[in-house]
Design a protein around this ligand. Structure first.
Ligand SMILES: Cc1ncc(COP(=O)(O)O)c(C=O)c1O
Length: 402
């Protein structure tokens, strides 16, 4: 089941994932017969909703290795979590000229708030990556100075899937007494991740990347680090929910869904990761059979098991995607719908414009089957071969509406 319709093979799971039916089953009654506002303290309907939220908070804290459930702050998604972490930490710092360190391949939901801070007078260091997409922990260490408030390094990249060396970076940030934030939107439930083991102070999670609902996320906010508490300035003010860090009525059904989604992803992570890695290998072989000179973008092994980002030389992604009406994948440049143009991630790897233009991102998922991989691999290779041979592209039966 791809869930994307009878004719479309959905292999774009970095963009979003379908809600798992087991998650849907938990949420459904909470919208209707078991509704409630968790902040209504004067009656049982409110108490009931509050209990749902607090159980979910405990489950999520446990899954992230956080211990204290009060470290879990509910937000609308990873974009908001990243903004709250970065703007919040810098605005709460007492440094005269605060400094922030991040990496060139971060998602715009990290890079843009950093640029906003920079425009407001904050010093910003954006570290480069090697041609495999990895940042050098020694470069992070070298960038930290006495004014550094926060270092932000993503756990897994949303385009090339590479896994940054967070453990080493966590150790050195702890030694230097600097906050470490990680955008883990693509990583939670996909790779082992424990905020204590990694020494993380702030961690962003998104529901819709792990078979939970859209519109819900978490910011993990460490409560204590060597006697130090992570202080954040809120982005919005109102009813004082979430310890004043994020005012607004809690979306109780989505919160319960997120907790169930994380629980399932963690419980099935190892087995599912192995299954996806096998399917990815199969896809790689299918593609290579049709396009023998294809190239992998990013580190060949240190990446999410479900991610494949490849350049198909001579087949421009734009033309390929419009020829593939039946396979949902994205181009290397499709990191944000509002931002056309070459992918900043692939550029940061130092790839040529030509290679970037011929790159596609494929994200396998929980409901992807072996049969789908054979069909998708065959179709991608077939259309790529046609483009390489200079055949005119087929007419678009959708009339160009995609
Ligand atoms: C790495 C990364 N960070 C942040 C986001 C934004 O997450 P959300 O859609 O939950 O705001 C995404 C999703 O596009 C992502 O892949």
């Amino acid at each position: 089941m791809s869930g994307a319709g009878p004719h479309v093979l959905y292999l774009d799971h970095h963009a979003t994932t379908p809600v798992d039916p087991r998650v849907m089953a938990v949420m459904e009654p909470l919208f209707t017969e078991r509704f409630g506002n968790a902040a209504s303290h004067t009656h049982p309907i409110g108490w009931r909703a509050e209990a749902v939220v607090e159980v979910a908070r405990e489950q999520i804290a446990e899954a992230l290795g956080a211990g204290d459930p009060r470290t879990i702050v509910f937000t609308s998604g990873a974009t908001e979590s990243n903004n709250l972490a970065l703007l919040g930490a810098v605005r709460a710092s007492r440094r005269e000229r605060p400094h922030v360190v991040t990496v060139a391949t971060e998602h715009p939901a990290v890079l843009d708030p950093c640029r906003v801070l920079e425009a407001g007078g904050v010093r910003l260091t954006v570290l480069p990556v090697a041609d495999d997409g990895l940042v050098d922990p020694a470069a992070v260490a070298g960038a930290i100075d006495d004014d550094t408030v926060v270092v932000s390094v993503m756990a897994a990249n949303n385009e090339i899937g590479v896994l940054q060396p967070l453990d080493e970076i966590g150790r050195l940030c702890a030694e230097r007494g600097v906050l470490l934030h990680s955008d883990a939107a693509q990583a939670v439930g996909k790779i082992p991740l424990d905020v204590e083991e990694l020494g993380l102070d702030l961690l962003s999670v998104s529901g819709h990347k792990l078979y939970g609902p859209q519109g819900i996320g978490v910011l993990y906010v460490r409560r204590q680090k060597g006697g130090k508490r992570v202080r954040l300035e809120p982005l919005q003010y109102g009813g004082g929910h979430e310890w004043g860090l994020r005012s607004g009525t809690l979306p109780m059904p989505l919160i319960a869904g997120l907790a169930r989604a994380i629980e399932l992803a963690q419980a099935e992570r190892e087995e599912e990761g192995a299954r996806l890695a096998k399917l990815r290998e199969l896809l790689w072989m299918e593609l290579r059979a049709g396009v023998p000179d294809l190239l992998v973008n990013g580190h060949p092994t240190r990446r999410l098991p479900a991610n494949l980002n490849v350049a198909l030389p001579g087949a421009r992604a734009e033309a390929l995607l419009s020829a593939l009406h039946d396979v949902a994948i994205s181009s290397g440049s499709a990191c944000s719908s509002a931002r056309p143009g070459p992918s900043h991630v692939l550029r940061a790897l130092g790839l040529s414009d030509e290679r970037i233009a011929c790159s596609i991102r494929i994200g396998l998922g929980r409901f992807t089957t072996e049969d789908e991989i054979h069909r998708a691999g065959g179709r991608i290779a077939e259309e790529a071969r046609k483009l390489r041979e200079g055949a005119p592209p087929p007419a678009d039966p959708s009339g160009g509406v995609r």
